[in-house]
Design a protein around this ligand. Structure first.
Ligand SMILES: *Cc1c(COP(=O)(O)O)cnc(C)c1O
Length: 726
């Protein structure tokens, strides 16, 4: 039956709303929305790296008008828009009940990096991804939340390799017009410009707003003509440059962030410092109070109750320390503003205030000026209490006021599209979802129930989904990853000949047990441990009946030669050893590569030197998609592992001696791999289904997913720290 064409004003309305929706990162965790853009331009979606804003720019107004005459497509556009608009306006949120005071006086969350999505590469790693996931869950929960960070117009570096397999870095410029970024304007419609004093200069910055669902995240940007050239480049790169750039970026983030909030008329009830980089914000809060006539001591005492601080690493290099000279040069304004001598200022960042040899540590400043502080897992809480015991002059580690909130991941953001489709088909088919199958009710299920233990207990139950079905899903995901990897390696090789295409189409084995390892190549993560017993690994890889293969990815910090050597070694093995074809390295690890890997691998390998992995989050992403963790008992895994939901390397202890630890872990790793992981994976029934393996997947979904997500984490921050019961 023919339908009446849409009227011009209806089309204009849909186009406008669609446009508005692309400017909100909500679509990055809504599969239906992403499907629309992929359908609008399949090739564009891939080439523009899943950027809905850019895809919509690619499609002419005329084409969009014409395509909206397809009623089926338009129905889906309408449904997605209705879900988006309902999401934005929703009143009955978790926070409306449990944290209503934050609605008028929000949490201001400061983080030097935010990782939201591959189109906005302004994060270096786990810290940024955690901040992005925190913001998404804050939005889902309806929490009053504002994020503050910097707009790095060259983002984080891109990775390539020279003939010696040595990592080299390059950068590409981000174009705000093609990104979900809105310039922040004042009442007259002009860009808001604020200033901070850095060294001897006044530095101006403008601001971009990222809409993360209901929560704004503001990105400060010094690229303005009125700034001296080197200050224009202050926000060029994530952690770019030397420690001078670093301290200046941190003055901008801390002081500039508070200035911006005031310019926008915000009076946050809590300032949450995500890592020490933002700690200068405390000094700006003190300055504000002194400007009202209060003494330094009173201003300090009033600032402390406003701030909470999360520390993220026990690794020494992870704590910014600045020399007295650098402080004098870059941050001397604090002295005048706070009426302090240089020594008094330095004392604020020292464990032993009068020790002139001690540099200024941002973590110390943050700890001193926060009413509460926390680590990011139980073990990391313990380790941090020990680490900072002297600062608090505590007799006993237990008396150090440093708690923990274990990290999480944003569940829908990390559930691969095909996994979500799988569950959705199952839910719709079983009639287990909305009684009337309504789209709105369905959206609610995904929004509200997906974080609950009941949801995962139900869908992971054999009476709801069979072993055969789950095994089929695992095969689909592994194949998707392998095809993605082949395409990436083909492009990495830059040999787009016909034979190269054929060659790469045979790389990796879709039936093999696929072990993934992707993370920053910091040395404590020990990327190459598994190859220590090289001959044994070769035997495993070449076992025709039970083949095993490895996919690696990750970046080393540009100045970390030790990390670069580890990558070089893996690349070398992948090209020139008998592991060729069974070991690959994907370049340019980022959120998209992570999403492919944590879903398509069967096993997620994590072998840090204990207790240096404060939490780790990639393994949580793996659990959502049915990939099993195979990990040292460090960080979150120590809390997550229960004997049935993955595999543990070693136990809840570690020797003090590092060499001894490395030796022991390598042995345990190999033993568990050969005695537990491989036999379990290849123990198949007559139909080829590994029932014990799938039992572990079900157990992982039930026990890990409802616990290690950012909904739980943000609720915990809210009840414990943002709005504690008096
Ligand atoms: C999740 C994630 C990380 C952090 O993972 P870890 O397990 O903490 O190493 C780092 N980088 C990217 C791109 C991620 O998605």
């Amino acid at each position: 039956m023919a339908t009446t064409p849409l009227a011009a004003n209806e089309i204009a309305d849909l186009a406008l709303r669609l446009n508005r929706m692309t400017r909100n990162l909500w679509w990055t965790w809504d599969q239906d929305a992403q499907d629309l853009f992929q359908e609008l331009s399949p090739r564009g979606w891939q080439n523009l790296y899943h950027n809905a804003v850019a895809v919509l720019h690619e499609v002419s107004e005329y084409e969009l008008r014409v395509r909206l005459q397809d009623q089926d497509f338009t129905d889906r556009v309408r449904r997605v828009l209705r879900n988006f608009e309902a999401y934005m306006q929703r009143q009955d949120t978790w926070a409306a009940k449990h944290a209503p005071q934050l609605a008028t006086r929000p949490v201001a969350y400061f983080s030097a990096e935010f990782g939201f999505h591959e189109t906005l590469p302004i994060a270096a790693g786990g810290l940024g991804v955690l901040a992005g996931d925190h913001a998404k869950s804050a939005s889902d929960l309806g929490l009053g939340f504002i994020g503050i960070s910097l707009f790095y117009r060259e983002g984080y570096f891109m990775q390539s390799f020279n003939e010696e397999n040595w990592q080299t870095e390059y950068y590409s410029l981000l174009d705000p017009r093609n990104l979900p970024l809105d310039p922040v304007l004042n009442a007259r419609g002009e860009p808001i410009v604020c200033t901070v004093r850095i060294a001897a200069s006044t530095v101006s910055f403008k601001v971009w707003r990222v809409n993360v669902g209901r929560c704004p995240v503001y990105l400060l940007d010094t690229d303005l003509p009125e700034n001296e050239p080197h200050y224009r480049d202050l926000t060029l790169r994530v952690y770019g440059g030397d420690s001078t750039t670093r301290i200046m970026q941190e003055v901008l983030l801390g002081v500039g962030g508070v200035r911006l909030l005031r310019a926008l008329g915000h009076q946050p009830s809590v300032f949450h410092l995500n890592e020490g980089h933002a700690a200068f914000l405390t000094l700006e809060l003190v300055r504000e109070k002194m400007a009202e006539g209060k003494s330094f001591d009173v201003a300090m005492a009033e600032t402390k109750p406003e701030c909470i601080f999360t520390t993220h690493t026990p690794v020494e290099a992870g704590h910014d320390r600045f020399t007295c000279d650098l402080m004098k040069y870059a941050a001397h304004k604090f002295c005048r503003q706070l009426q302090l001598t240089q020594e008094q200022l330095m004392a604020l960042g020292r464990v032993r205030p009068t020790d002139a040899t001690e540099p200024f540590c941002m973590t110390v400043l943050a700890l001193k000026l926060s009413r509460a502080a926390n680590g990011v897992s139980e073990l990391h809480g313990q380790v941090s209490r020990k680490m900072w015991q002297t600062l608090y002059g505590a007799q006993n580690e237990k008396d150090v006021p440093l708690g923990h909130v274990t990290n999480g991941v944003h569940l829908l953001g990390w559930m691969k599209g095909s996994v979500r489709q799988f569950w959705r088909r199952k839910l719709n088919g079983s009639g287990a979802s909305a009684p009337n199958g309504g789209a709105a009710a369905n959206a609610r299920i995904w929004q509200d129930e997906v974080n609950t233990p009941e949801f995962w207990a139900r869908i992971a139950d054999p009476s709801f989904v069979s072993d055969e079905e789950l095994w089929a899903l695992r095969f689909q995901l592994r194949r998707e990853l392998i095809e993605f990897t082949r395409r990436r390696l083909l492009l990495q090789g830059e040999r787009l000949t016909r034979t190269a295409f054929i060659e790469y189409d045979h790389l990796l084995n879709p039936d093999a047990l696929t072990i993934g390892f992707a993370r920053r190549f910091a040395t404590y993560k020990r990327a190459t441990v598994i190859f220590k017993q090289f001959d044994s690994i070769l035997t495993l890889v070449h076992d025709k009946r039970r083949p095993v293969q490895f996919i690696f990815a990750g970046k080393a910090h540009p100045r970390d030669d030790e990390g670069k050597k580890l990558i070089q070694y893996i690349l070398h093995l992948s090209k020139h050893s008998e592991l060729h074809g069974s070991l690959v390295f994907i370049e340019n690890y980022d959120i998209h590569v992570a999403r492919q890997m944590v879903s398509g691998c069967d096993v997620w390998l994590n072998n840090p030197r204990r207790p240096l992995e404060a939490s780790g989050t990639s393994g949580m992403k793996a659990a959502i998609n049915g990939c099993l963790n195979f990990s040292i008992m460090d960080g979150w895994w120590r809390e997550g592992y229960d004997g049935t939901n993955g595999f543990a390397i070693g136990d809840d202890t570690h020797p003090a001696d590092v060499a001894e630890q490395d030796r022991r872990d390598s042995e345990n790793l190999y033993r568990v791999l050969t005695e537990e992981v491989i036999p379990c994976f290849f123990n198949r029934d007559a139909n080829g289904v590994p029932h014990q393996w799938i039992r572990r997947i079900r157990s992982a979904m039930k026990t890990l997913v409802p616990q290690f997500n950012t909904d739980r984490m943000v609720r915990e921050y809210a009840t414990k720290y943002y709005c504690p019961a008096e």
